[in-house]
Write a protein of this length. Structure first.
Ligand code: GYE
Length: 341
């Protein structure tokens, strides 16, 4: 790993176990380790020759990040020899709740899911707990006060991602004498990454009163919505200097809108996005996206390890944080050939 002036480029698949690296908002604030529910206290441990069954309730297929995440989960479950039951909730909480209830009825060994939004999970999580089925949160957090409702939460620190985006902006405009107009494309309303990427960004940019967020709306993490909302922003506001998009897909949609309006993305309007999927890297290497904050979707291997540990009654850290870096257009050019997703 080499130090770079703009930040640290981390190996994208590298993850570290940290016991107390939670963000300040949204994410569960438990520190240290907590014992996973022991099979003896829950259901009978799976006999050695029986495949571990894992029910996974995915958010949807809204972005390049999600596609890579799904593949990582499916590939690693296969490699681990698990019986994976997979469902796609099409970004709807009610579908995820239904899927979790089905997994409870099927008496799977472990349930894992990426909660589409943060709130409203206590009832179904309690049902899983009462049925003695451990739950692992991956990617996104829940805001449940009772952290005994899940064994661990594996995923990124989204507040920190927002801060990284903000730091780049503050640095870029440190000599600006005039107001810098920023528009923001938020992720899915009520989701942990949308809440946290917004708050982390705001926390940092308020140090410079010239940096003004003049419009902020959800684009639901999709290209189509990103384009649509950016079109509306361009109509409503004469002078937009910067776009902060909570993911690459929305930035890519917005780039189409910016080009259609006769403007040059990356120059007339500077663009910051989060994720670092291949298409985002291509746009960054072309200078259309100026800065990408990485969010690693390859959570499968870590998830399968946690499933094994939970089934074996081992202790798992209550919080497992993904390690990530940041990339400028120049970094993206260099890194593009190595990008796996
Ligand atoms: O950034 C976005 C996806 O929850 C981290 O969801 C994930 C986010 C990711 O749709 O592209």
């Amino acid at each position: 790993m080499k130090k770079k002036p703009v930040g640290i480029i981390m190996a994208t698949t590298m993850m570290m176990l940290l016991s107390s690296a939670c963000g300040s908002t949204g994410t569960p604030a438990s520190n240290g380790t907590a014992p996973a529910p022991k099979p003896a206290e829950t259901k009978a441990a799976a006999p050695a020759d029986k495949k571990i069954s894992l029910g996974f309730a995915q958010v949807g297929a809204e972005s390049g990040w999600r596609t890579a995440n799904t593949k990582s989960v499916q590939d690693s479950a296969k490699e681990a020899g698990f019986d994976l039951k997979f469902s796609d909730a099409q970004q709807k909480q009610e579908n995820q709740i239904k899927a979790i209830r089905t997994y409870i009825q099927q008496k799977v060994d472990v349930i894992a899911f990426s909660p589409v939004v943060e709130s409203g999970w206590d009832t179904v999580l309690k049902e899983a707990k009462d049925a003695g089925i451990p739950v692992i949160l991956t990617d996104r957090a829940v805001d449940s006060k009772d952290t005994s409702l899940y064994a661990t939460f594996i995923g990124s620190d989204f507040v920190e991602e927002g801060r990284r985006a903000g730091k780049w902006l503050v640095d870029q405009y440190k000599d600006a004498k005039e107001t810098v107009n920023v528009v923001e494309l938020q992720g899915t309303t009520g989701s942990a990454p949308a809440n946290d990427r917004k708050s982390g960004f705001e926390e940092v940019i308020k140090s410079n009163p010239n940096l003004k967020v003049i419009a902020s709306q959800t684009g639901d993490f999709t290209r189509a919505k990103g384009k649509e909302v950016m079109q509306a922003f361009l109509k409503a506001h004469k002078k937009i200097d910067v776009l902060y998009a909570h993911n690459d897909d929305m930035a890519l949609g917005a780039i189409q809108a910016i080009e259609a309006a006769g403007l040059t993305p990356g120059k007339d309007i500077k663009i910051i996005s989060v994720d670092g999927v291949k298409d985002g890297f291509v746009a960054a290497s072309e200078g259309k996206i100026n800065f990408i904050v990485e969010c690693n979707p390859l959570l499968g291997p870590q998830l399968m390890q946690a499933v094994k540990d939970v089934v074996a009654g081992k202790e798992v850290p209550k919080r497992i944080v993904t390690k990530e870096g940041v990339f400028t257009s120049e970094d993206a050019k260099r890194e593009l050939p190595n990008r796996q997703y």
